[in-house]
Write a protein that binds this ligand. Structure first.
Ligand SMILES: Cc1cc2nc3c(=O)[nH]c(=O)nc-3n(C[C@H](O)[C@H](O)[C@H](O)COP(=O)(O)OP(=O)(O)OC[C@H]3O[C@@H](n4cnc5c(N)ncnc54)[C@H](O)[C@@H]3O)c2cc1C
Length: 468
């Protein structure tokens, strides 16, 4: 029987970030189990043109940079920090496992093993059964339950002969077709639209079936480093001031859109979705060129001559290639306690900052003893789904920031952590700039007012748990 300090289920981004932090800060050993044959989780199943939607600087693990902090000079991300591709991410985690984790002598890795509960996992290939005892914690790094198109089962019916593909094989099949129908309104659908346009498809050759429109985060406002201080910190100041002054939730969204903090593809449609997707203005502009947008709810059945949707029927496109982008990405189930006896469940602690959250949980596990204090510092956030969740996450973000700033050591630790974008660009370039000082003052002044007003706005909403 195996014996270890930590039994970690899942070697996706979160399991790897947590384990990396334990390797840095403790002398603990660990067993890592995963159904996939390589670390990196859902990136193993990703479509070939997938990229991070936020700069690589915020992704990966604490001990090792992902990418080279390059500014893109071409494409729809030009002028901004690079976004790692799926292939780069898989290669990054493979190197980490083989050049840091395994050589440490403290990690035992069981790829292609299925964890079945009760400290037991089984090889999906040989049927080999392993039983393990752990001295410290069982770590569940599977809670987000990320789904990608290639691993999800479509919920609509399909007539024989209709050509439906996932984005994974789109580059292979796209050249054989003259027109395309994108199914889904989320980030994957946007990626497919952008990819088709970049590859030279005419906007008129694309039909887009959008069950729900989405609010989007503007990538311009999430750039790391001093060179972008004014737009990133200035954008945050705009957000806090809007949050401080908004009279209702609709007014808040109007204010955020006016200053470019959030975007939407069609400005005449009120979005009913918010899942944290982050796009550049150039990507949004490109997607606006697709005019054949169908808003009649979810697809129920695709036939040769007809497509049946929740709220109506449209003519089918028998010569078109249908692209299934209807996978949901994250579960939006309610959060659970991060530290619960001998179990740790890794979840998001700061809005959109998945890898940093896992690293912080690793650090808190290594550096703190008292479970109540640990949970106080690690209050999980639920994945967003609807626009009101942007407001809830904004308030939770402020509350988390305040809790962490009270603990000066933690505050400093987080500020210096690679996954906050620390170390990008010239240090202190904005330190003595009067404009930067003005932004800092605006941030200081707006923060408490924003927290108070967001609490008031949220009090008027139905509890989040009733919606999921
Ligand atoms: C297209 C896309 C782009 C994204 N871009 C960004 C970005 O730019 N920045 C950002 O911060 N986030 C981004 N995200 C969010 C992203 O999901 C998370 O950052 C992160 O990759 C999720 O990692 P995870 O470890 O929770 O999940 P996963 O990657 O799903 O890993 C979980 C692992 O657990 C394993 N597992 C599950 N159950 C078992 C079991 N019973 N036994 C054994 N193994 C099991 C699975 O095989 C899997 O490998 C993006 C997500 C998607 C889908």
């Amino acid at each position: 029987m195996l014996s270890t300090d930590y039994l970690i289920i899942g070697s996706g981004a979160l399991g790897m970030s947590f384990a990396d932090q334990l390797l840095t800060e403790t002398d603990a050993n660990m067993v890592i189990v995963d159904r996939h044959h390589m670390p990196g989780g859902h990136w193993n199943d990703a479509y070939p043109f997938v990229r991070l939607h936020q700069p690589s600087a915020y992704y990966g693990v604490g001990s090792c940079a992902l990418g080279s902090s390059r500014l893109d000079v071409a494409g729809f991300n030009r002028g901004y920090y690079e976004l790692a591709s799926g292939a780069q991410i898989i290669s990054y985690y493979d190197r980490l496992m083989n050049e840091r984790f395994l050589p440490s002598g403290r990690v035992q890795y069981f790829p292609l093993y299925d964890y079945q509960g009760d400290n037991r996992f089984v090889s999906r290939l040989s049927g080999d059964i392993q039983q393990v005892t752990f001295r410290k914690k069982l770590v569940d790094a599977t809670f987000l339950n990320t789904q990608v198109p290639s691993t999800h089962v479509p919920s609509f019916e399909l007539c024989d002969g209709v050509r439906l593909v996932t984005p994974n094989v789109l580059p292979t099949f796209a050249p054989d077709f003259k027109s395309y129908v994108i199914l889904g309104g989320g980030k994957t659908a946007m990626d497919v639209g952008v990819w088709l346009l970049q590859m030279g498809a005419a906007p008129e050759s694309i039909r887009w079936i959008v069950p729900r429109d989405s609010w989007l985060r503007n990538r311009d406002r999430v750039q790391p480093g001093e060179a972008f201080f004014k737009q990133t910190a200035g954008g945050l100041a705009n957000q806090l001031e809007a949050a401080a002054e908004a009279t209702c939730i609709a007014d808040l969204f109007e204010r955020l859109e006016r200053t470019g903090e959030i975007l939407r593809i069609d400005t005449t449609v009120t979005p009913t979705m918010y899942r944290g997707a982050t796009l550049s203005c150039l990507e949004v502009e490109a997607l606006r060129s697709i005019k054949d947008v169908v808003r009649k709810g979810r697809v129920l059945r695709i036939e040769h001559q007809t497509v049946i949707l929740e709220h109506g029927t449209i003519e089918g496109c028998s010569d078109s290639l249908y692209v299934d982008c209807t996978a949901k990405a994250f579960d939006t189930r309610p959060s659970v306690r991060v530290f619960d006896g001998d179990r740790i469940t890794i979840q998001m602690l700061r809005s959109g900052a998945f890898c940093l959250s896992a690293a912080v949980i690793g650090h808190i596990e290594a550096a703190y003893d008292d479970e109540t204090i640990k949970n106080e510092l690690c209050k999980p956030m639920q994945s967003p789904n609807v626009p009101e969740d942007l407001v809830r996450r904004a308030l939770e973000e402020l509350q988390a920031g305040r809790r962490w700033s009270v603990d000066k050591t933690l505050h400093r630790w987080v500020a210096e952590h690679r996954l906050t974008g620390a170390g990008i660009g010239q240090a202190d370039a904005a330190a003595h700039d009067p404009d930067a000082d003005r932004i800092r003052k605006r941030l200081r002044e707006a923060r408490p007012k924003a927290e108070a007003n967001l609490s008031r706005l949220i009090a008027e909403l139905a509890p989040e748990s009733l919606r999921h």
